[in-house]
Write a protein that binds this ligand. Structure first.
Ligand code: NAG
Ligand code: NAG
Length: 385
């Protein structure tokens, strides 16, 4: 029995030991494989990291990445928040645009080098017949200005890609002189220009305006000004206080009622007052209708109430009312002489930064398309560009 039992037990033991031997050997092999795998992985990662560091493979990697990324890109760098919109044609309504434009950083110091720009905002019917003058004026000053054009919605601009006006049209709507739609167009221009954080000054111009000095002079005159150039005066006559409507009280008192030219040069702070206004806008929209010409009263009055100490109360756009009538004089080909330009440039006295100055007007209107030729000839000598 024993002899049978022993082998059985031996066999049992044998089978058991061989089984335990087998099950011990297997995990060891697996472990070895795993360790080998881990070593290979680590080595591979190290090689990849070195390749990225030293051979700039990351350029290749990032260049190929976008095709695998989802459609909505993440706004992870500061760059995204400070670069101006690359395309001026957007799909926002006025209400959406103005809300977006009203964003203001509460920390006043910029964490990057900000070169302040002037936004030249052209309020036009369509074409810019004096564009060649402006092209010459802007030449060599890229980065210090930006251009925005509001025209009739039906107008199709066809500026060549080399032009400073190329693709500078903003989504526009029909606007009528003396009506709130005119102020809406101006607010639309300001709001679009506010989307570029670098724009510090906002100048409203028409297609009949010309610059009177070189870009450098105008840039420094405006940038160094302590005050914004908004024509604003208290006219006691029928065309001034006579247009005031008592229903505007208490928001607007007759003593605060101002009149001024539509063509302004204002800084970012005042531009923001204009786009964010929901207090005065409804009053003017309802109670300043022809013969109250709202574009002559809304901004001058509203800014006088909110920021009188920041206003120069004068415009820097020259215009000639001496011929009388409801409209200022328009100058054409035969009017443009050396004597005429001297008259526009010289003999003025005004206050600039609380000091007397003889440089009072930086822009002039109104010039017809026929004035282009003589102006182009005289500009280098008399206007400095
Ligand atoms: C308008 O202003 C004047 C002078 O500042 C003041 O005497 C008058 O009470 C004001 N009127 C109203 C309705 O606030
Ligand atoms: C502009 O006029 C307002 C009053 O309407 C005045 O407070 C302000 O000081 C004037 N600005 C300058 C530069 O004189």
């Amino acid at each position: 029995m024993q002899s049978r039992v022993v082998p059985m037990e031996e066999g049992k033991d044998l089978s058991v030991t061989s089984r335990t031997n087998q099950s011990r050997v297997l995990p060891q092999r697996l472990l070895q494989l795993l360790v080998l795998f881990l070593i290979l992985c680590t080595a591979f990662s190290v090689i990849i990291i070195y390749m990225i560091r030293y051979f700039g493979v990351h350029n290749f990697v990032t260049a190929t990445l976008p095709s695998f990324q989802p459609c909505i890109e993440e706004k992870t760098s500061l760059e995204h928040w400070i670069k101006p919109p690359s395309n001026l044609i957007h799909t926002m309504t006025d209400k959406e645009l103005i809300w977006r434009a009203s964003f203001v950083p509460r920390i006043k110091k910029y964490p990057f080098t900000r070169v302040p720009k002037i936004a030249f905002m052209f309020l036009t019917k369509g074409p810019l017949p004096l564009a060649p003058i402006w092209e010459r004026f802007f030449k060599g000053h890229k980065g210090l200005y930006s251009i925005y054009i509001h025209s009739l919605p039906s107008f199709q601009a066809n500026f060549p890609s080399s032009s400073v006006f190329y693709r500078r049209q903003i989504p526009s709507q029909v606007s009528e002189w003396g009506r709130m739609s005119m102020c809406d167009a101006e607010r639309r221009l300001i709001a679009n220009a506010l989307l570029d954080m670098s724009n510090e000054w906002f100048i409203l111009l028409s297609e009949s305006c010309i610059p009177l000095y070189s870009f450098s002079l105008i840039y420094h005159y405006i940038m160094k000004s302590k005050y914004s150039f908004m024509g604003a005066f208290d006219d006691p006559g029928p065309h001034g206080r006579g247009r005031y409507n008592e229903n505007m009280e208490p928001e607007v008192n007759i003593t605060q009622w101002r009149k001024g030219s539509q063509w302004f040069e204002i800084n970012r702070k005042l531009a923001m007052y204009i786009v964010e206004d929901t207090t005065f806008y409804p009053k003017f929209a309802e109670f300043c209708r022809p013969a109250c010409y709202v574009d002559e009263h809304y901004f001058p009055t509203m800014l006088t109430i909110q920021a009188a100490d920041l206003l120069a109360n004068r415009s820097i756009t020259w215009v000639d009312w001496s011929r009388g009538g409801a409209h200022p004089a328009t100058f054409g080909k035969t009017d443009i002489t050396e004597e005429f330009l001297k008259r526009v440039l010289e003999g003025h006295n005004c206050v600039y930064n609380n000091q007397p100055s003889s440089v009072c007007f930086l822009f002039a209107r109104k010039f017809s398309p026929s004035a282009l030729e003589p102006l182009s000839l005289l500009a280098p000598t008399f206007l400095g560009f």
